[in-house]
Design a protein around this ligand. Structure first.
Ligand SMILES: [Zn+2]
Length: 358
């Protein structure tokens, strides 16, 4: 019968953008389900949405029609038998990995299977052995979809027990096309795609943000404002940081509030407490920080671009070397962002370093 089985509807995978190849592989693979899947690829490339689509294909009584109650609930993350597991700290903890085993062992409520979507498992660290045990001896009815940005050594053994699918990094054009398909006006889509660094989640946030263009202009104006005075540096740094703080804050706050509401609704339905509210709030703060870091990173890239333009227009050799030195200092600052530095100090130090001599 498997030969004549229907592939899951492409509707389910509609929001997974720029991943035609892996989506085709997944639709075919859904006809021959295994109990552990691994999706790898950079953040913001659609792994989570693809996992929900796959979960819908596996739970839908019609093999993933994309329209029934089950499909709709799974995609909205409100289906009782689909559990999205989020870490609460910087890494996945051993007790969280054990909790996954416990939840996996619970009998499904709505149908024959339960799907657990395990996010950020490149951060599995010490929790890997606890999870490995669950994946090697899975409860009959449980399916695991493990999501990871990459496969660090701790994840290798778990990865070897999963069927693996790779998601590619998105280009600016992919992101723009996706936003336009979602109804974002062309001009805003171009601006958001440019500022997204290939991440569709950030692009969506920026597309709903009317101030992106103004923020770009502010970063581009920095070289012209620096005049060799320390007071100017501190004014410019304060303005830029205030802008970074505001960037995307409102749409993110709205999305997070909606998530808390959906979680409360779900908890009321099931009595299940996979992720406690406090843990979700911790994750929300981490998301806020990430939005801020992404914004700062983009601002620095915009600033570097402005100095590159200056170098290209320069007439004097010293103008070129000053601009080139600035670009290199900005790149250093961008790399330092990985270590979660104090953003104010980082930016002030950078501006002092690249400002012209008085
Ligand atoms: Zn369905």
């Amino acid at each position: 019968m498997a030969d004549v089985a229907q592939l899951p509807s492409p509707l389910l995978f509609e929001s997974v953008v720029g991943q035609e190849r892996v989506v085709e592989q997944l639709r075919r693979a859904a006809l021959h389900p295994v109990h552990a899947w691994l999706f790898t690829g950079p953040p913001g490339t659609g792994k989570r949405r693809a996992a929900l689509a796959l979960a819908a294909s596996l739970l839908c009584p019609n093999g993933g029609d994309g329209t029934c109650r089950v499909c709709t609930q799974v995609l909205a993350e409100t289906h009782i038998d689909v559990v999205v597991v989020e870490r609460s700290g910087a890494y996945i903890r051993v007790d969280e990995a054990r909790e996954i085993g416990r939840v996996a062992a619970l009998t499904p409520v709505d149908g024959p299977r339960k799907v657990l979507i395990l996010t950020d498992f490149h951060l599995v660290e010490n929790a890997a052995p606890a999870l490995l045990k669950t994946i090697e001896e899975p409860p009959q009815s449980a399916v695991f979809i493990v999501l990871a940005d990459h496969v660090p050594p701790e994840l290798v053994t778990i990865a070897s027990r999963c069927v693996r699918f790779e998601f590619r990094a998105l280009g600016e054009a992919d992101v723009r096309t996706a936003l336009e398909a979602e109804g974002v006006p062309a001009e805003a889509a171009v601006e958001a795609a440019k500022a997204s660094g290939g991440r569709l989640d950030r692009a969506r946030l920026l597309a709903a943000d009317p101030d992106v263009g103004a923020r770009r202009a502010a970063w581009e104006a920095v070289p012209g404002r620096l005049d060799g005075r320390g007071a100017t540096v501190s004014i410019v740094a304060d303005e830029l940081l205030a802008m970074v703080q505001r960037a995307g804050a409102e749409p993110l706050a709205a999305r997070q509030a909606a998530e808390i509401a959906a979680m409360q609704e779900r908890a009321a339905l099931t009595g299940e407490r996979v992720t406690a509210r406090k843990e979700v709030e911790t994750r929300h703060r981490r998301e806020q920080r990430r939005v801020r870091t992404d914004e700062l990173r983009w601002g620095l890239a915009t600033l570097a671009g402005a100095y590159r333009d200056r170098a290209a227009r320069a007439r004097q050799p010293w103008e070129i070397s000053t601009a080139v030195a600035a670009v290199s200092a900005i790149q250093d600052a961008g790399e330092a962002l990985i270590r979660n530095p104090n953003e104010t100090l980082l930016l002030q130090a950078l501006l002092l370093r690249i400002q012209p001599p008085r």
